[in-house]
Design a protein around this ligand. Sequence first.
Ligand SMILES: CC(=O)SCCNC(=O)CCNC(=O)[C@H](O)C(C)(C)COP(=O)(O)OP(=O)(O)OC[C@H]1O[C@@H](n2cnc3c(N)ncnc32)[C@H](O)[C@@H]1OP(=O)(O)O
Ligand SMILES: CC(=O)C(=O)O
Length: 540
Amino acid sequence: MPQQVTIFDTTLRDGTQGEGVSLTVEDKLKIAAKLDDLGIHYIEGGWPGSNGKDIEFFKRVASLSLKHAKVTAFGSTRRKGVKPEEDGNLKAILESGVRVATIFGKSWDFQVTTALQTTLEENEAMIYDSVRYLKEQGLEVIYDAEHFFDGYKNNRDYALGTIRKAEAAGADWIVLCDTNGGSMPGEIAAIVADVVASVKTPIGIHAHNDCELGVANSLAAVQAGARQVQGTFNGLGERCGNANLVSVIPNLQLKLGGYRCVSDEQLATLTSAARYVSEIANVGMPVNQPYVGSAAFAHKGGIHVSAVLRHSKTYEHIEPELVGNRQRVLVSELAGQSNLVFKAQEMNLDFDLENESTKRLIQTIKDMEHRGYQFEGADASLELLIRKAYDKQENVFTIESFKLLVEKTGDNPVASEAIVKVKVHGETVYTAAEGNGPVNALDNALRKALETYYPDIRDIHLTDYKVRVINEKDATAAKVRVLIESSDFDASWNTVGVSENVIEASWEAILDSIRYALIGRTVVLDNREEKHERIGIVNH
Ligand SMILES: CC(=O)SCCNC(=O)CCNC(=O)[C@H](O)C(C)(C)COP(=O)(O)OP(=O)(O)OC[C@H]1O[C@@H](n2cnc3c(N)ncnc32)[C@H](O)[C@@H]1OP(=O)(O)O
Ligand SMILES: CC(=O)C(=O)O
């Protein structure tokens, strides 16, 4: 039977102590519901003694009717010299209506005398009284032993004495915190093993990531006998963050063997849950985030791709689907034929990959990347290149010319106007449009020219625009790479343009975006609708 490890998520409390993280009550509720779906056992919703937002969260969270998770409110032990029943923090926890309280107290003698500015005995009494009081009120109590590892290293007897007070008062869990994140896995393992042998209460671990060991230290603690892991999603948290549960969970369940945190079905939603939290928290996830990042199973080197297509195990440590991720192949100057085979299959393109065009296409891609293009983030431009190489391009329009007028008069904002001359289905169309900048004006003028023929174009929007200088040493004469993301109601796609002129680079990316979007769209000619089939497509 696998050993159950309890997962305690503190994204909504410790995670919000991370720089740049600020969650509204709605954000917190959405994240709580997602964590519950994933099978997280405890969700620490916030510190009701700290602010009104957290008080509101606890009022509203009951309406979520969570299926798995217990919601817990955080707070400190009673203030020095204050009775627990008169302590504001403890009162706020009780008033929040939770059935589980998580309170932290000091384990490090130095912290007691320096930060709390009280005596070692009063600190022990603060811990005992607070846990006892909450237990008497009928709550489950998780006791977080702040700075436990630093305290243990400085004064083992005192540190152990503080958690014995929590145990004597009836704590349900004692969680050892590496609050400053400075401990090494070997130290964590040895100290946890000593604690597990010294107290009867189940032990947990709360590790911070200051030495990039939050996950490693959590695993070491579990192997030494801890049965609860506290952490946050995507490692959000103060300074360098907390142990990243998104890595802790699959490591425990898929790697260490013998541990279980959530069901296999729930584990298969890990990637979408991590991405959801990243979206709601508005904190981007690194593409190379283990297990769930978009590059976690992305292969770029031709040799790797060739092997992975023969068997994914050659370059993948797990099947990505176990955590809800997927294999990807990137096409770049490091690509070989295998990268294109994969891409063509992924894009459902039907052409003979054995012919000479494939080799020429790879060379074209390598030459273009040398000139500054980057296709790994521009799948739509890549698809157009592949189609062109195999003569499977739908040339729905050609640009004859464009003109731009950028004018600044007096204190007025700069005005931009574009005129484009486009040949579409044999007809020449002139259009003019204004925009909030020259690129926007061009985009608007092109759409205006095409929308009579392709009414769907109104649903397409430019959703992201990035410019990168690619040979900085030439200053204003440097080349720029423009990456554009566009979307409609169903999908989003990325295109690239490169030039020494930012407008030309943008124009190239816009044209690719619109050309890609119009593949297979319905065209209106003489008030008749004609459905254009996507050519070169295999239907599976
Ligand atoms: C390791 C952790 O992550 S702990 C969590 C840290 N997170 C936060 O602090 C976020 C929320 N905090 C807050 O909103 C505020 O700090 C509050 C409301 C809790 C307290 O605000 P204030 O009353 O203005 O106190 P302030 O923040 O300046 O100082 C902390 C006080 O808490 C006391 N304190 C610190 N730890 C503890 C503890 N474990 N038990 C009891 N008291 C404690 C300090 O001694 C100090 O009190 P003192 O000045 O009487 O000595
Ligand atoms: C309790 C807590 O958040 C810490 O010690 O890091």
